[in-house]
Design a protein around this ligand. Structure first.
Ligand code: PLP
Length: 278
């Protein structure tokens, strides 16, 4: 979208940079930079970006900051309080929480700009949610804090279990002390570390597929933040994997923790790893 639609059609230039590296961000920002957009924790490797520090860099250079808060969810992280100008939430994920409706939200304290966004992007372009989806998301959101609390707790347990499981090559979750962003996550994620765990298994793409197929409690599907636990591998032939740090490029799996009993989830992951001989 950034390179094709925004660049070729609208002449907006985008520079991609590792946002966990503040010096790298400072180096690419120019007086022409209008918007800095970050995603923390990031999808899918769970890198943690310092919202407050990036807000400062953006504002010192006359740019605005928007934060994709989908992985953390507003239960755990409130970017507006850390200096962000806009927050983007995929309502499709934890906020609806039942995997049956799609929607998105932009949140800001700047009501004048929100009015412009509403008119220019929503009324003119037509990105208007259907009443039925809006109702489903509204209804799902009633239990959002309770679900999120459960998902935070289960995810921490599962991430810790995975970390000591043999043949698991890495586990990336902001709640783990081993995550390079853990101390930062403790500061900016106040209620927990979310429901997505990335991990690696020491095998080839075909065997990873067999692992996913062997799961009985966990569902093999894209998306995340549903009531059911969802698993999705990123095969090494998918060239987007080259955007990830080196250690994530083999046997990569994104796991979204659902509302099932954590003991059942762990037992299921274990039996499926056993089933592929790991
Ligand atoms: C899924 C997702 C989106 C987009 O949400 P949709 O509602 O599915 O379009 C945006 N950001 C992140 C981090 C996501 O995981």
């Amino acid at each position: 979208m950034f390179h094709e639609l925004f660049n070729r059609k609208f002449g907006v230039e985008t520079i991609m940079v590792d946002m966990t590296d503040l010096d790298a961000v400072k180096q690419v920002i120019t007086p022409g930079t209008r918007l800095v957009h970050i995603k923390t924790p990031d999808n899918p490797t769970n890198g943690v970006t310092d919202i407050e520090a990036i807000a400062k860099i953006a504002h010192e250079n006359g740019a605005l900051l928007s934060v994709d808060n989908t992985f953390a969810s507003p239960f755990n992280q409130k970017p507006l309080e850390l200096g962000a100008d806009f927050v983007v939430e995929a309502l499709t994920k934890f906020i609806n929480g039942h995997g049956d409706a799609q929607g998105g939200a932009i949140i800001s304290n700047d009501l004048e700009t929100m009015d412009r966004i509403r008119y220019e992007a929503q009324v003119n372009v037509g990105s208007v949610i259907s009443p039925f989806n809006a109702w489903q998301i509204f209804r799902g959101s009633v239990t959002f804090p309770l679900r999120m609390q459960r998902i935070n707790e289960s995810s921490q347990k599962i991430a810790e279990w995975l970390e000591q499981r043999k043949n698991v090559t890495f586990v990336s979750y902001p709640g783990l002390k081993s995550n390079p962003g853990h101390e930062l996550a403790k500061r900016q994620m106040k209620n927990g570390y979310g429901g997505v765990i990335s991990f690696g298994v020491d095998t080839d793409d075909k065997t990873v597929e067999r692992f996913c197929a062997a799961l009985k409690v966990v569902t093999f599907a894209v998306s995340l933040g549903h009531d059911e636990s969802l698993i999705f591998p990123q095969p090494s032939y998918d060239e987007r994997i080259n955007l990830y740090p080196e250690k994530f490029r083999k046997g990569f799996i994104r796991f979204s923790v659902g509302l099932e009993e954590p003991k059942d989830i762990i037992a299921d992951l274990d039996q499926a790893l056993n089933a592929i001989g790991l």
